[in-house]
Design a protein. Structure first.
Length: 192
C-alpha cells in the first residue's frame, strides 16, 4: 500500500465559486530536479506554468474552473512509485522531466468551485480523481478503452510537454467527467 501524504487544511470556503478575482493563490509542492523539492506559493495561472517560473518562483495561481471543470481542494494524495522515481532522478524510466513538476496523481478532494456547463456536482462534494485525461476521440477511446489512449495526458508525468502538473497542490481545476463522487459509510472518515 502506498504511503499517503495529506495536505494541510486550507481555508477555502464555499465562496470559491464566487471568487471576485479571476485568479487565486495556491501553494504547490514542485520538483525542480533530483531531490530538489520546493514548496511554492503561486498567483499566476496554471496554464502559464513554464513562463511564470522564470518570473517568480515563489508564487503560483489557479483560475476559476473553465467550462466542464471543477475546482478541487486536494485532501489526500498517495505517493506512487513513479513519484518516487521522479523525486530521485527527475525521470521515470525513459520519461525525463524537462520543466518543474508537481508530483502526485492518486488523489481525492472536495469540490470548491464549479465551472460552467457542469451538472451533478455541488460545492462540498467529496470526489476521487481520475487523473489520466484521454483524447476521447481515437479508436481506442471510442471502444471504451480510454485508459490505453496514446494521447492521454497524465498528471505528474513528464510524458506530455508542457507537463500536466500533479495533485500535490492545494487546489486544481479538473474535468468534471473525471471526478467521481463518493459517500462515506462511516462518518468517522469524514474530512470535517
Ligand atoms: Zn501511480
Ligand atoms: Zn484517445
Amino acid at each position: 500500500m502506498a504511503p499517503a501524504a495529506t495536505t494541510e487544511e486550507f481555508p477555502v470556503s464555499l465562496e470559491s465559486r464566487t471568487l471576485s478575482s479571476k485568479q487565486a493563490t495556491v501553494t504547490a509542492s514542485v520538483l525542480h530536479g533530483p531531490l530538489d523539492l520546493k514548496l511554492v506559493r503561486s498567483h499566476i495561472a496554471e496554464c502559464e506554468w513554464p513562463k511564470f517560473l522564470t518570473i517568480d518562483q515563489e508564487t503560483r495561481s489557479i483560475e476559476q474552473p473553465s467550462i466542464g471543470e471543477l475546482q478541487i481542494q486536494i485532501k489526500s494524495t498517495g505517493i506512487c512509485g513513479s513519484d518516487v522515481s521522479y523525486y530521485k532522478k527527475f525521470a521515470n524510466g525513459d520519461l525525463c522531466a524537462c520543466a518543474p513538476l508537481s508530483l502526485g496523481h492518486e488523489s481525492s478532494g472536495v469540490v470548491v468551485g464549479i465551472g460552467p456547463q457542469v451538472n451533478g456536482f455541488a460545492i462540498g462534494d467529496k470526489v476521487a480523481l481520475e487523473v489520466g485525461i484521454p483524447c476521447g476521440q481515437c479508436g481506442i477511446c471510442r471502444k471504451g478503452r480510454y485508459n490505453l489512449c496514446k494521447k492521454m495526458k497524465f498528471r505528474s508525468s513528464a510524458k506530455s510537454v508542457p507537463h500536466f502538473q500533479g495533485t500535490l497542490q492545494e487546489r486544481i481545476n479538473h474535468p468534471a467527467i473525471w471526478c467521481h463522487k463518493y459517500l462515506f459509510l462511516n462518518e468517522k472518515h469524514n474530512y470535517g
